[in-house]
Structures are given as C-alpha cells and as structure tokens.
Ligand binder design. Structure first.
Ligand code: UDP
Length: 323
C-alpha cells in the first residue's frame, strides 16, 4: 500500500507517517513546511519507503502525479491554529478551501479513497453547556459573524466537509471525515496559538502563563497518537465510508485549571496572568465556552478509547520542550 499524506510534516500528519511506516506501508508526503517542519519527519529521510515532496498542495501538476501513484490519501494539510487564522486569513481560506477542492477532484479522477481531516471548530460557538448535551456529529453548528475572523477557519472546514460528502453522494467517491477535538502532544508548536505548548514553554522559561479571558472556558484534550490510531482504523473500516466522526476525549478541564497543573508539573515560578481576548488576539476573536464531544459513534464502530490521560500527555509535552 502507498499512502499519500498531505501535510505529513505537520503535527498530526507526522505521527501518521510514523505509524503507517511502522505498519509497513509506503508513504508519500507533500508539505510546504509552512506550519509543518522538516524536523518532524527527518528521522525517515533515509527510509526507502518514505518519499517527501516539499511543495504546496495547490500545485496541480505535482498533486496529479502523487494522487495517481498512491492507493489512498490522508488529507491533513490545512492552515490551523487560532493565531495563524487571525493573522493570515487569506492563506487560511485559500489553503483550506482550494486545497481540499483539489484533493477531492483528483481523488475522484483516479478513484482513490480519501480521508479528510476536519475539526471541532465546525461546531462553531454553540453553547453545549447550556443543555448539557455533548456535541454529536449531527448537532447544529453556530458560526459567528463573518466580521469575526476566527470563524473563517470553521467555515472553510465546514465547506470541506460539504464538498467531501457531495463527492461521496454524487460521485460515489469513498471519503471519510473526522473532526479532531483539541489534539495535543510532543511536536505541536505553540507558535500558532495552541494552549498546551504555550503554557508549557512559558512555564519552563519562567515567563507568565497567560490565560485568555477568565479561564472558566473548558476543553477536552486528546493525545495525538490516540487520534492517529483512530484515523487509521477508520480508513480500514468499510462502514466508515461516507461518514463523519468526532475524535476526542470526553474528559473536560478548564483553561485556568490547566494553567495551574502545568505550573505545578513543571515546578515553575511563573505567574498565572489573566489577559483579555482583545489583548491576546486583537479584534475579531470570539471564544467558545465549552467544547466536548459525544464520541459514541466512533466508539461503537471502531471501539475508540483514548489511552493517554491528560497528566501523561502534559508530561510528554514537558519532556519534549525540555530536550
Ligand atoms: N488560550 C489561553 N492561553 C494561550 C492560548 C490559548 O488561555 O496561550 C485559550 C484559548 O483562548 C481557548 C483555549 O485556551 O479558550 C484553547 O485554545 P487553543 O487555541 O489551544 O484551541 P481552541 O480550542 O481555541 O481551538
């Protein structure tokens, strides 16, 4: 089998590369190394089953060849990270919309099964705390105004999902979509906003750990290796075709509590500082208070159960940044 992984030098993509090579597959990666990094895959550069192309997924000539040669595709390439989206909205929209359009069109031309990485952002700012219900795949989404730039990312990924489902329904292209909920672990960069690497890095160098807003907002975090195992299982499960799955953990933690735990685990003397969203991201940002998945669908189909608890995951991130 030859897998094509777009964004394979990125955070989640590079773990997918590791696992598929371990399983004996041949792996081709296309990555423009914008948010991804050569460091994430350099340990495979001498492996004859690994092939890296440094280019954009918008290069149709290159993509035609790669899609034509592979057996199946994991489309992981995307502009991600709230800071990146706030700072570079054109790049976010172009990569996420035109890139996925290209992958689906070529996958359809060569009839290749394709996995589309989506995100829990597509639920938007729906307040799932109010009626205590968890977000399930058919829950309504609630996007903010188009003047609030943050939602550009959510809308672009929602459009990707629509297009993938349309290819499945209209053209019978085998597609599988997963919405990842706050995936964390070593190799994740804090540069584009993600909270855990930011807190850990600041704690390790004694800088203030900055909690945005009042810290009462909660998230549920999952280790990247649990997410990657789930994606691979979904790809080999015929019943997953044409479907969307939440991938995440249903254990929640507030961001204030997360800051406290990171401070404690690093033995840091950093202050925990509360700053406004406006100061953190500038205008055009809205947060969601709670975002917790209903994972019954993926549990029922592939018996998904995250193996790593939050304490172990944070420790692995601390160890990564220490070295
Ligand atoms: N956050 C924070 N400090 C940081 C980075 C993020 O308090 O240095 C908050 C952010 O406002 C959000 C939560 O942590 O409420 C998770 O942010 P992240 O960007 O990691 O993921 P999101 O769930 O927002 O996509």
């Amino acid at each position: 089998m030859r897998a094509l992984i777009t964004g394979g030098a990125g955070f989640i993509g590079s773990y997918l590369v590791d696992r598929l090579l371990e399983m004996g597959e041949n792996v081709s990666v296309i990555d423009n190394l914008s948010t991804g990094s050569l460091k994430n895959v350099e340990h495979h550069l001498k492996n004859p089953r690994f092939h890296l192309v440094v280019d954009t997924i918008l290069n149709e000539m290159v993509m035609k060849k790669l899609v034509g040669e592979c057996d199946h595709i994991y489309h992981m390439a995307a502009a991600v990270g709230v800071k990146l989206i706030m700072n570079r909205p054109v790049e976010t929209l172009e990569t996420n919309i035109m890139g996925t359009e290209m992958i689906l069109r070529l996958a359809n031309r060569y009839k290749k099964k394709v996995f589309i990485a989506s995100t829990s952002e597509v639920y938007g700012k729906i307040m799932n705390g109010e009626n205590a219900s968890l977000l399930s795949e058919n829950s309504d989404s609630m996007m903010g105004a188009t003047t609030k730039r943050r939602w550009a990312y959510a809308c672009s990924k929602a459009l990707d999902e629509f297009l993938a489902l349309a290819y499945f329904e209209e053209k019978k292209l085998p597609v599988i979509i997963a919405r990842a909920f706050n995936t964390i672990g070593p190799r994740q960069t804090g540069q584009y906003g993600m909270v855990v690497p930011n807190f850990v890095q600041k704690a390790l160098i004694g800088k203030p750990i900055t909690v945005y807003g009042d810290g009462s907002q909660s998230r549920s975090f999952t280790h990247v290796s649990d997410v990657v195992d789930a994606l691979i299982k979904l790809m080999s499960e015929p019943k997953a075709v044409g479907q969307i799955f939440n991938v995440g953990s249903s254990k929640e933690i507030t961001i204030a509590e997360l800051a406290r735990i990171v401070k404690e685990m690093t033995g840091s003397s950093s202050e925990i500082e509360y700053i406004t969203y406006e100061k953190a991201y500038g205008p055009g940002y809205e947060d969601m208070q709670r975002r917790c998945p209903d994972t019954s669908k993926i549990k029922n189909l592939i018996h998904f159960e995250p193996r790593n608890n939050l304490h172990d995951i944070i420790q692995s991130v601390i160890d990564y940044y220490k070295t």
